[in-house]
Design a protein around this ligand. Structure first.
Ligand code: M6R
Length: 616
């Protein structure tokens, strides 16, 4: 989704803005632009395509000496992910009012922009772009009477939808006004300089003191201070937060791509997620006191899990885990479906909402529905201070570190670890798991990090396999129980980054339709880690083989059951069948990554996708 940066200080703004936008590239975009306010007034440069094109445009201008107009110590910048109007220079942000004195960058969707546009046109405004954003610039101008904050407060009253906004005005050259509703925006407070950004990595070179804006909260940034206001324009106080992770955590660190780096970070991320939650006194136990999880939570009659994409797949594994360990009914739902259904709530339901970013629009909407019903909410998220984290009753952070690649990898495996911990503690507190058994389960969880590292050590096997198979036009992943959910995640990874047509099937469903698709052009990857179902999986593999498919299996390193059936076996260390998803997904993540690279694609920036889907 779109990325926003803003700077006010003593440095030249252009390099700061371009640098910040670079840090937000992972969010996905199709054009970029900046507005700088200096001696010559408000100057705007935009470019369709990669940020590099904007950089080249600006560099060429600076080289020829025409760059003086780009000199100024304040400005705003934007990477646009098109929603209203095609990617083009004219539709790129910043957008201005008719006179060109007010510039606006926006992330989100203004739902009533059609109505507002008609109203503004009736007042003589001539629109230049097809965007919903342009109405904001004109509205602010409509209400502008010398005070930018007041004009923004008035304009906001008319806006419906979601927005994070950075606004500057030629007549108020000492301030940036920023506000958000349902789209992320962070304020960074430095020495003699202040910044805004859609995400923390864009701020870290300048400051670690940040303010996470609440919905409808307004920040006014001056060089030497930041003031906060509510939506009525009344001043309010706000506490800053200190970011303690390093800027290098958000950089590639020698890997060719973020996706590969993040796949390799999983052993460490699993330790970071697990360690603070384990007590190792006499008998090992789970410590969820830090998040306020006590006995009252396990009185629930039902657990409802909602999420999108990869996080939804984590939720499916959560269903199996809760049923298995805690013997409690679980519903798991795609957030974008859930929010438009008419679900039956029960006051004794608890909700688990999973989101790497904590900003996914559909997921937040589902959470708010649950909240309205009176249900209690546990959030599992990776982003400290995200909207989800702030609105839930309990937050369990995944502590995976920043995930930059669009394709989620380490967020998924750490989400799974969080879910296992909650499900096990649920079972323990409900009496379905005894203390000694729990300690054994914890031992098994503690082994997973080293096991993940072992799988990564053998990555060349997957790379070789991908170099032979990357051109397959159809790849199907098959599995049963926990393996079925991993199949869904594996198919998503492969389609996201390599654009291969890949699907996942519950292996038992094969004969009910999907087998009609299988022919010589198909690769079938069978996930085979559910020991009681090995014979069933073996039959399924033989069925697809008989129809000409190439086959591979992922199974335990001490199991030779499938050696004679499939063309290729990938092995993972032996753990509990119910914990295998954390391991078995890793070969599939690697396979997706290597297929993308073989196809000459950039796995970090898949076409049409954005890291954080903050609009519907
Ligand atoms: O930030 P979230 O976990 O809420 O994001 C949900 C999905 O958009 C996300 O998992 C998406 O499917 C990823 N691209 C998967 O790799």
């Amino acid at each position: 989704m779109c990325g926003i940066v803003g700077y006010i200080g003593t440095e030249e703004a252009v390099p700061v803005l371009l640098n910040g936008l670079k840090k937000l590239e992972y969010r996905g975009y199709d054009s970029a632009g900046i507005a700088v306010l200096g001696k010559p007034g408000l100057v705007i440069r935009k470019s369709k395509g990669a940020l590099k094109q904007l950089e080249e445009k600006v560099a060429a201008e600076l080289k020829t000496g025409d760059g003086a107009s780009l000199s100024g110590a304040m400005g705003i910048g934007h990477t646009r992910w098109a929603t209203h109007g095609e990617p083009s220079d004219i539709n790129s942000h910043p957008h201005t009012d008719v006179s060109g004195k007010i510039a606006v960058v926006h992330n989100g969707i203004i739902e009533n922009h059609g109505k507002l546009k008609a109203w503004l046109e009736a007042h003589g405004v001539i629109f230049r772009s097809e965007t919903d954003t342009e109405v904001i610039a004109h509205l602010i101008d409509f209400h502008y009477n010398g005070d930018l904050l007041l004009a923004v407060v008035e304009a906001l009253k008319r806006l419906e939808g979601s927005y994070a906004l950075g606004i500057i005005c030629e007549n108020n050259p000492d301030r940036i006004v920023a506000v958000r509703k349902e789209s992320p925006l962070v304020v960074g407070s430095g020495r003699g300089e202040n910044l805004i950004a859609s995400d923390v990595p864009a701020l870290l070179e300048y400051t670690r003191e940040v303010y996470y804006l609440e919905d409808r909260e307004i920040a006014v940034l001056y060089r030497d201070r930041v003031e906060f206001y509510n939506e009525e324009g009344q001043g309010c106080k706000k506490e800053s937060s200190h970011v303690d992770w390093d800027v290098s955590a958000a950089e590639k660190g020698g890997y060719e791509h973020f996706m590969l780096k993040e796949i390799h970070e999983q052993p460490k991320a699993l330790i970071n997620t697990l360690r603070p939650r384990i007590k190792t006194y006499a008998v090992k136990s789970i410590n969820l006191e830090e998040i306020g999880f006590d006995g009252s939570w396990v009185e629930a009659n039902r657990v409802v899990i909602t999420a999108c994409g990869t996080a939804w797949h984590a939720g499916m594994i959560g269903k199996y885990a809760f049923e298995h360990f805690a013997r409690i009914p679980v519903d798991v739902d795609i957030a974008s479906e859930y929010r438009y259904r008419n679900p039956v709530f029960n006051p004794r339901d608890i909700f688990i909402i999973i989101s790497q970013s904590g900003e996914t629009a559909d997921t937040l909407a589902a959470m708010r529905m649950a909240r309205k019903s009176g249900a209690r909410i546990i959030a599992i998220t990776n982003v400290v201070g995200s909207t989800l984290a702030r609105e839930a009753d309990l937050v369990m952070y995944t502590w995976a570190g920043p995930e930059i690649a669009v394709a989620s990898t380490k967020a998924f495996t750490t989400q799974l670890l969080c879910i296992y911990l909650i499900a096990l503690q649920f079972g323990f507190l409900r009496g379905t798991i005894g203390g000694d058994v729990l300690a054994d389960y914890i031992d098994a969880l503690e082994n997973l990090s080293a096991y993940a590292a072992r799988i990564l050590d053998g990555k060349e096997n997957i790379q070789r396999f991908a170099s032979r198979q990357f051109n397959k036009s159809k790849v199907f992943f098959l599995g049963r129980l926990f393996d079925y959910a991993v199949s869904l995640e594996s198919a998503l990874k492969l389609k996201e980054v390599s654009y291969t047509h890949s699907e996942a099937f519950a292996a038992g469903e094969l004969k009910h339709g999907p087998i009609a698709l299988v022919d010589e052009s198909t690769l079938v990857v069978a996930l085979c880690t559910q020991s009681s179902l090995f014979d069933k999986m073996d039959s399924n593999i033989k069925e697809v083989k008989a129809r000409g498919a190439a086959t591979a299996a992922i199974t335990y390193e001490d199991v030779d059951y499938f050696d004679k059936t499939v063309d290729e076996v990938f092995r993972i260390p032996h753990t509990l069948d119910s914990f295998t998803p954390i391991l078995s997904v890793i070969p599939c993540q690697l396979y997706a990554y290597y297929c993308a690279v073989q196809r000459g694609l950039d796995p970090d920036k898949p076409r049409n996708l954005a890291k954080s889907v903050t609009v519907e």
